[in-house]
Write a protein that binds this ligand. Structure first.
Ligand SMILES: NC(=O)C1=CN([C@@H]2O[C@H](COP(=O)(O)OP(=O)(O)OC[C@H]3O[C@@H](n4cnc5c(N)ncnc54)[C@H](OP(=O)(O)O)[C@@H]3O)[C@@H](O)[C@H]2O)C=CC1
Ligand SMILES: CC(=O)C(=O)O
Ligand SMILES: [Mg+2]
Length: 760
């Protein structure tokens, strides 16, 4: 590529990273995980033949039992023929699959709905309808996606008639719901009356027609909406490129082009293609114009372009990297959640309006700290840069589905009404694990305060890739320690982009060498090191050099670990950096599995911790976990629970609990207790005196043996994600990965180290 503008470089980085992500490990983004054990002959005879005959026979007698005996009730099909893939046009069924897999995982991530993508390889309406209409028994709902207009209108309405489960074309109604929510708030913020507002919509396809219908249903007047397509304004009497859906919105007007239509308009809604609007056009709009440029992945006009000519504008796009993301991801997971939970037979207009109102209302409410923290650097207060909630707002799950479910019940389409709506809301709030939001919070904070992070093993390919990813994500400046020619050679051999934006430091030629040697010599001269030993360490040990950079303030943080056993890297770092005053050093792992996040300590340092050590580890773990956004509930683990069985080794753990009591710590802690009691609320109930208000999220292990074995077993057999060990207690932010760390692990650890340098 010859064009090396920052925008093109950024998109080349994004292309490389995205392709790598999709191809890494198991290709694609989804897999199927069994929910029942399948390990023994007995398991097999229950899950499959002969036992499985019984649920079949029961369902044959009473079809509603399919919701009790199969996954149907929580399963949605994301179905497309790929004729309008985002704003990329007709790429066909197969090429649309990455988007459909993406939609499926968004269902899971945001609303705990299992979804599977189905790509139907036909552009023929009848063939498509016939391929889908018989799939009803398998699913609780059908999400149609990226099917172009006008075929999508016919397909959706025919399937809605033919099927007794919700059929929802996301690009139409999901988009319309979110855009309407954003519009209601933008009108309020700019002091406009809905009935006076003049709207121009560019695009007259699936998303645009549905948006126009919903904003009109919300109070925008028919004659105040001008629709444009590739042929210009859709005026009354136009014949070229028309269809019945466009005709329904044609207005008498002299305007023939988008530019003419936009003169004096209050609102622009783009649901067309990248770059369809110019700065000159938005310059002619009314005071405080509202501009929703929603084409994906690139908007009709960027917020920077708008603000250069209209500083008074409220701007929204479909993208997550600008404020005001109007994207149907805010809608479809939650709308289906509510619909599935009442076994709705359809998603009707009342449910859509309820969703739009719930979303608009949420943006007006005070933003809780955890959401604010997650979007550091942005002002999440109802206003022109925050007209709509952000996708990682954990309140969405408790706000939208109940509104949708209630509307379904009120409008008579709920087949299983919810009796206790308050209990339903509480259940929804607890349904999703906050880890992703918390990691997002950490990453966003680093982006808001970019750091200089040393990647000590700078010549390693994984280090280079991690450094590039760190830079591309906007976390700051990576510093690679190594020989420039070597690093550049590896980059060229791997087809990686240039080293621009990376710093490369070669200890042997650095003008900081003498200084670092003196600093190290001063530290080590009474620990048996001669001057030449210090010089050798500075010259030859990258971990020592990197740690010195951090210690001397030449870098903010460091990550290492790929080329040395953990203990060796740890020893090298400790030559330069001490534990922070009054702190012990230890390892903390973050385990994410089965919808929950649990921290485990000490996984790296204390082989046989004393009661005092255990108390220190518990106290520092609680502080660290709080810093990461969790309220700690600490369990001091053992093989015994509250004295049963009573044995000598557990005394240490009990003593640690007494020490913590005496210190008057400000977090929940109790023990000794077995791991299953700590994690299982039903078992915990046998101990009503226990001071934990819920299952523990911090496990303090009695020894390094049990801790190290436990997290490694979890990593290899647990099916979850293990992050860490995170080194806690060092005076400077340095993290050591495992030798088999992936690029992603390295980036995570670099971000955690960078975060530490901001927080400390
Ligand atoms: N932010 C969000 O949540 C969502 C955004 N979208 C975006 O909306 C856009 C349209 O998607 P969708 O409705 O599904 O697709 P469709 O194929 O159904 O419709 C596309 C429409 O865009 C019009 N169009 C294309 N190019 C231009 C242009 N240069 N000027 C004016 N109109 C043009 C077409 O005009 P014609 O009729 O003359 O062919 C057609 O009416 C895409 O960019 C998509 O990414 C869609 C859904 C959700
Ligand atoms: C967001 C979406 O669904 C689209 O752009 O098509
Ligand atoms: Mg779409």
């Amino acid at each position: 590529m010859t064009d090396k503008t920052p925008l093109n470089r950024a998109s080349a980085d994004l292309e490389r990273e995205t392709l790598l992500m999709h191809a890494s490990g198991r290709p694609g983004k989804i897999e199927v995980v069994p929910t029942k054990p399948l390990t023994t002959q007995r398991d097999l005879s229950l899950a499959y033949s002969p036992g499985v005959a019984f649920p079949c026979l029961h369902i044959a007698r009473d079809p509603s039992l399919a919701y009790d005996y199969t996954a149907k009730g929580n399963l949605v099909a994301v179905i497309s023929n790929g004729t309008a893939v985002l704003g990329l046009g007709d790429l066909g069924a197969l090429a649309g699959k990455p988007v459909m897999e993406g939609k499926a995982v968004l269902f899971k991530r945001f609303a705990d709905i299992d979804a599977i993508d189905l790509e139907v390889d036909t552009r023929d309406i009848d063939e498509f309808v016939n391929s889908v209409r018989f799939l009803g028994p398998s699913f609780g709902g059908i999400n149609l996606e990226d099917i172009k207009a006008p075929e999508c209108f016919v397909i959706e309405s025919r399937l809605r008639e033919l099927m007794d489960i919700p059929v929802f074309h996301d690009d139409q109604h999901g988009t319309a719901i979110i855009a309407t929510a954003g519009l209601l708030n933008a009108l309020e913020l700019t002091g406009r009356r809905i009935e006076d507002t003049k709207v121009v919509v560019n695009g007259a396809g699936a998303a645009a027609i549905a948006c126009v219908e919903l904003i009109k249903a919300s109070g925008i007047r028919h004659e105040h909406v001008t629709l444009c397509d590739t042929k210009g304004v859709i005026y009354q009497g136009r014949e070229n490129g028309m269809n019945q859906w466009k005709s329904a919105h044609a207005v008498p007007t002299k305007a023939r082009t988008l530019a003419e239509a936009l003169e004096g308009a209050d609102v622009f809604m783009g649901l067309s293609v990248k770059g369809a609007v110019t700065q000159a056009m938005v310059a002619t709009m009314a005071e405080r114009p509202i501009i929703f440029a929603m084409a994906n992945p690139d908007p009709e006009i960027t917020p920077e372009e708008v603000h250069a000519v209209r500083s008074d504008a409220i701007v929204a796009t479909g993208r997550s990297d600008y404020p005001n993301q109007i994207n149907n991801v805010l809608g479809f997971p939650y709308i289906f959640r509510g619909a599935l939970d009442v076994r709705a037979s359809t998603i009707n207009d009342q449910m859509k309006v309820a969703a739009a109102k719930a979303i608009a209302q949420l943006a007006r409410e005070d933003v809780p700290d955890e959401v604010d923290r997650a979007y550091q650097g942005r002002r999440l207060r109802y206003g022109s840069e925050y007209i709509i909630p952000v996708p990682f707002d954990p309140r969405l799950i408790a706000a939208i589905p109940p509104a949708v479910a209630q509307a379904a019940m009120d409008s008579g389409v709920a087949r299983k009404p919810i009796v206790d709506l308050a209990a339903y809301k509480a259940e929804l709030a607890a349904r999703l694990d906050p880890t992703a939001a918390s990691l997002q919070a950490i990453g966003d904070k680093v982006k808001a305060h970019p750091r200089r992070v040393v990647f000590a093993e700078g010549e390693e390919e994984k280090s280079i890739r991690a450094a590039l990813a760190f830079k591309a994500a906007g976390y700051g400046t990576p510093i690679l320690i190594g020989r420039e020619e070597q690093i550049k050679e590896t980059m060229a051999a791997q087809g990686l982009p240039g080293a621009e934006g990376l710093e490369i430091v070669n200890a042997r030629v650095s003008d900081r060498r003498e200084h670092y040697t003196e600093v190290l010599y001063k530290r080590l001269q009474r620990k048996g090191a001669l001057h030449r030993d210090a010089a050798r360490l500075v010259n030859q040990e990258r971990n020592v050099w990197g740690a010195l950079m951090v210690e001397q303030g030449d870098a903010d943080a460091m990550v290492t670990g790929l080329t040395r056993a953990y203990w060796q890297a740890f020893d090298e770092v400790k030559r330069v950096i001490d534990p922070a005053a009054g702190q012990v050093l230890f390892g903390l792992n973050m385990l994410v599995a089965r919808g929950r996040t649990v921290f485990m300590a000490d996984t790296t340092v204390h082989e046989a911790p004393t009661a005092e050590d255990l108390a220190d580890i518990a106290q520092q773990s609680a502080a660290k976990v709080r810093q990461l956004g969790y309220e700690p509930r600490v369990a001091m683990l053992s093989f015994s629970t509250f004295g049963n069985p009573d044995s000598h080794p557990t005394g240490r753990v009990r003593q640690a609990v007494r020490i913590l009591e005496a210190r008057g710590v400000d977090f929940e802690v109790d023990g000794e207790m077995a791991a299953d009691v700590a994690l299982d609320p039903d078992l915990l109930r046998h101990y009503p005196f226990c001071r934990l208000s819920g299952p523990a999220n911090v496990l303090v292990m009695p020894s390094l043996h049990s801790a190290n074995i436990a997290w490694k077993l979890m990593q290899k057999l647990g099916g979850g994600t293990v992050i860490g060990p995170i080194l806690v207690g060092l005076d400077k932010p340095i993290q050591i990965t495992a030798m088999d760390a992936t690029v992603n692990d390295m980036v995570n650890m670099a971000v955690l180290a960078a975060y530490d340098s901001i927080e400390s």
